[in-house]
Every structure is written in C-alpha cells, then in structure tokens.
Design a binder for this molecule. Structure first.
Ligand code: SAH
Ligand code: SF4
Ligand code: F3S
Length: 461
C-alpha cells in the first residue's frame, strides 16, 4: 500500500517507567516533553512502544537491583515480539544510570542507551544515535539542561492535572555518609528565578492550582535574581505567591540546616504556602547524627521545630528515619523513638539502613545485623502509624479547605487534598474539580479522610 507523501509520519511512542523520588517524576515528564518535540507521544502501555525508558533510583539496594530484573523482563518481552515487529529501543535514565552506567552496559546487553540526569536535554539526539549503536552519556555537561529542555505544550500540561512538580534545585553538597545523591546528582545547582517564575506562570496558565517545588535539598535554593542578587527559597515563594491562579505552594525535601529565618517567616506570612513540612532528621541520637555527617544535633532540630511552630502553629510535620545505621545501639534507637514522640509527626517514612557502594557508611566496620534492623523498623513504624492516625483523627470535625483534584474511586465521588496533604474523599459533583472548597471532615480511613462540602463561612484554616 502506498502512503500519501504529504501525510505526517505516524508518531513514535515512548513508554516511561519511573522509580524513586518526585524529582524523577518531574524528570520523566521533562523527558517526555523533550521527545515530544521530536515526534514522540507518551504511551501508558509498553506493548506498542518504540522506546522504553526506565527512570531509575539508586537510593537503596532494593531500588537499584529492581532495575536489572525489570530490564530482563523488558528484554524477554521484546524478544517475544519476534523479528517482524518494529524495533523497540530500551534506555536507562536516572540515578542508577548515573552511578552504574558502565555496569548496565556490561550486564545488560539488551540496553541501547544509558543517560544520566544531567543530559536529558540531549535525549532526542542520543535516542537517534542509539538506533545504530549503543550509547552512554553520564557526563555532567557545562550547559544548563533546563535552558535547553523544551516547555510542555499547554494541552499536555492540562492533561497532567491540577497539581504539578517544579524542580528549582538539583544536586547536593551535604554528603551524608549513607547517601548516594551527591554522587548521582552532582553538586548543588539552583535554577535562576526568572526561569522558575516563567515555568510556574505557564503551569498556572494551564490551570495548575498547586505546585510543589522540588530539590534534593530544596531549601538550599539560592537562585540568581534579575539584578544579579541571590534569592533564597522564602523569597522565591513570595514571588510565586504573586502568580494569579496559583493557590497553593509546597516544597520538598528540606534539610534542617538550610531552614533559614526568611523561609520560616514565609510560613507565617504567605497563605499560599501550605502548612506541611517534610523535614527529615534521620536519627534522634547525636552520636549517630554525627556519624551520618548531618552536622546538627537532636536538640538543635527540636529548637528549630519550636521556631517553625511559633511561626505557623498548625504546621504538620513529616520526616525520614533510618534505622540500623552502622554503630546504632539500642540506646541510639531509643533516642530516635524519643524524638519521634517529642515532635509528633503527621506522617513519616522510615527505612532500614542500606549499604551503598562508594559512600563512607559502606566502609564502617560496625554494621548492624539485618534482623535487628527489621525489629527496630517495626517498632518505629508502629509509633509513626499511631501518630499519623492520631493526627488524622484530630482532623475529624474540623472544616478544611480542600483542593478538589479529580474524580474519586467510586461514581459520585471526588478526591482532593487538605492543606496537610491528606487525601480527602467527598461525595460531590465532578464539576467542582479545580476549586478549593471548605470540607467538613467526617471520618478517617487507613490512608485518607472522608468529608462533605460545607458553606464557606465555616472554614478553619
Ligand atoms: N535530601 C533529603 C533526602 C533524600 S533521600 C534529606 O537530606 O533529607 C530520601 C531518604 O532516603 C532520606 O531522607 C533517607 O531517610 C533515605 N535514605 C537515603 N540513603 C539511604 C540509605 N543508604 N539507606 C536507607 N535509607 C536511605
Ligand atoms: Fe543525601 Fe544528605 Fe544530601 Fe539529603 S542532604 S540528599 S540525605 S547527602
Ligand atoms: Fe532515588 Fe535519585 Fe531520587 S537516588 S531518591 S531517584 S535523587
């Protein structure tokens, strides 16, 4: 059958599978945008993809080992399509690509390309090259990738929903002794203020109501302002709050040492800045904090929490904890439980320490046995679950402003988020999606709240 020469070539399809943190979620969208400018459309099914990208995470051993098993599965799937099927390229991006690019090339011959996080703006040309020979690009290029990555088309942004991520800072200079991020993402870099504002305006213009500013150390943000001045995260939030339509601002992940007065004051002064803060401490023991190279004590963290709560009394706190860091004794672990009890978290994540090659922690002699890590994790998670259930039940009877985001699980339901990032299910009409409405919280479930819309004069925060 002959084709009409004037008809456009059928779009190629890219399937992207994302692992790891929100920054990878953001990056996956930006990769889709970059490929979109070269004729690719994103598909939710691997079956009909011309290109499969695994956007990977290296933070713990389990996360990075997953990549190799998934690659085996994709290779088998490709082989089963038979020789007549169209060629499907397989690519690995993200933090495992950066940390173990050469190893992937050696261990997984089915992989056609490996691209590190700083080279995503080169993705279309790297994919084109990979059609003839295997490609690896894990350099830290000179140029600013953000300046070269195309903005998404407006209809693409609209299709992504009412909330959006926006990376403002990348990389980390902190070198906590357990962590791979400084090696996989490189040194701390902040995007210029004008670049952030123009991306945020485009999002708001496409109907986005809530943005979450992202960075491996987001509150270390120090972007270049229009007059050559350095702008911190607090001041950046003030500028973002001026954007029409943008009702809510969040940011993650913060380091206690970068929580400055300006940012704390922004929590007091900016109604758009949501009262929810993810501020990991990792351990409650000073000896372990020191060995982790966190460069602050438990008492300094508590004092910081007091200052933040003085500025915004209803702020909900979240954190990350590692149990079983080398040398952690029962008393050190008890100190972690104690600090969790003192702070009172609305939610928190906890992990067993995972030895990461190339980090100082991996060289430490007094590694903790797996069975003890597992025991401690269970105890800690029990306490965290109790606290988050307590926080959620404390919301029953309150009226909270909820951003109605999408249709709910059941017909006649919509789903949204409270200021404290709780999922809220409401019996209500779908035409309310996009609005922020006062919702009386009626009950708590395992991971969400249920509520009903009430009149505006009963709003609580
Ligand atoms: N920049 C953030 C954390 C990014 S990594 C911060 O400084 O808080 C996300 C979380 O993964 C960390 O907070 C830590 O709790 C956990 N994590 C990082 N490396 C780990 C490791 N080797 N083993 C177990 N958990 C780890
Ligand atoms: Fe990792 Fe520490 Fe940097 Fe966070 S601050 S990304 S835990 S090195
Ligand atoms: Fe994982 Fe890289 Fe994020 S290691 S947690 S994907 S920065």
């Amino acid at each position: 059958m002959s084709e009409n020469p004037s008809s456009p070539a059928p779009a190629k399809k890219v399937f992207i599978k994302t692992y790891g943190c929100q920054m990878n979620v953001y990056d996956s969208d930006r990769m889709a945008d970059a490929l979109g400018a070269h004729g690719y459309v994103q598909t939710a099914e691997m079956d009909d993809a011309d290109l499969v990208l695994l956007n990977t995470c290296h933070i713990r051993e389990k996360a990075s080992e997953k990549v190799f098993s998934e690659l085996g599965r994709i290779r088998d799937f490709r082989d089963e399509r038979g020789p007549g099927a169209k060629k499907m390229l397989i690519g690995v991006t993200g933090c495992v690509a950066q940390a173990e690019g050469e190893e992937i090339m050696a261990r997984a011959p089915a992989v056609d390309l490996v691209v590190g996080p700083q080279s995503y703006h080169r993705l279309p040309s790297l994919v084109a090259k990979a059609r003839t020979a295997r490609v690896i690009d894990t350099e830290f290029p000179e140029e600013d990738k953000f300046a070269h990555l195309p903005a998404p088309k407006r209809d693409v942004t609209i299709s992504r929903g009412l909330t959006a991520f926006l990376t403002v800072q990348e990389g980390c200079d902190k070198f906590c002794s357990f962590c791979v991020v400084p090696y996989t993402r490189g040194a701390e870099v902040s995007r210029p203020v004008a670049q952030v504002l123009s991306e945020a305006r485009a999002l708001a213009d496409a109907g986005v109501r809530e943005i979450t500013l992202l960075g491996q150390n987001v509150n270390a943000y120090h972007g270049l302002g229009d007059n050559g001045e350095t702008v911190g995260l607090g001041a950046l939030c003030h500028r973002l709050a001026e954007i029409e339509g943008l009702a809510r601002i969040r940011y993650t992940t913060s380091h206690p040492r970068d929580m400055d007065d300006e940012l704390i004051a922004a929590h007091r002064d900016l109604p758009q800045l949501m009262p929810y803060l993810h501020l990991p401490i990792q351990s409650g023991s000073d000896a372990i904090l020191k060995a982790m190279n966190r460069k602050h004590t438990a008492a300094q963290y508590l004092e910081l929490i007091d200052r933040i709560r003085a500025a915004r009394p209803d702020i909900a706190l979240s954190g990350d904890f590692i149990v079983g860091f080398p040398g952690e004794t029962d008393a050190d672990f008890q100190a972690t439980l104690d600090i969790v009890k003192k702070v009172g978290y609305a939610s928190a994540f906890s992990f067993k320490y995972s030895t990461r090659p190339g980090t100082p922690g991996a060289e430490m002699v007094d590694q903790v046995p797996e069975a003890i890590k597992a025991e401690r994790l269970e105890v800690l998670q029990g306490e965290i679950t109790r606290q988050s259930q307590g926080f959620n039940s404390g919301c029953v009877g309150l009226t909270l402003p909820v951003l109605i985001e999408k249709p709910g699980r059941n017909p006649g339901q919509v789903a949204g988020r409270s200021p404290y990032l709780q999922a809220v299910h409401i019996e209500a009409d779908q035409n309310l999606i996009g609005q922020i409405l006062p919702v009386e919280i009626l009950a708590t479930g395992k991971n969400s709240l249920t509520g009903r819309i009430v009149t505006a004069d009963r709003i609580a925060v």
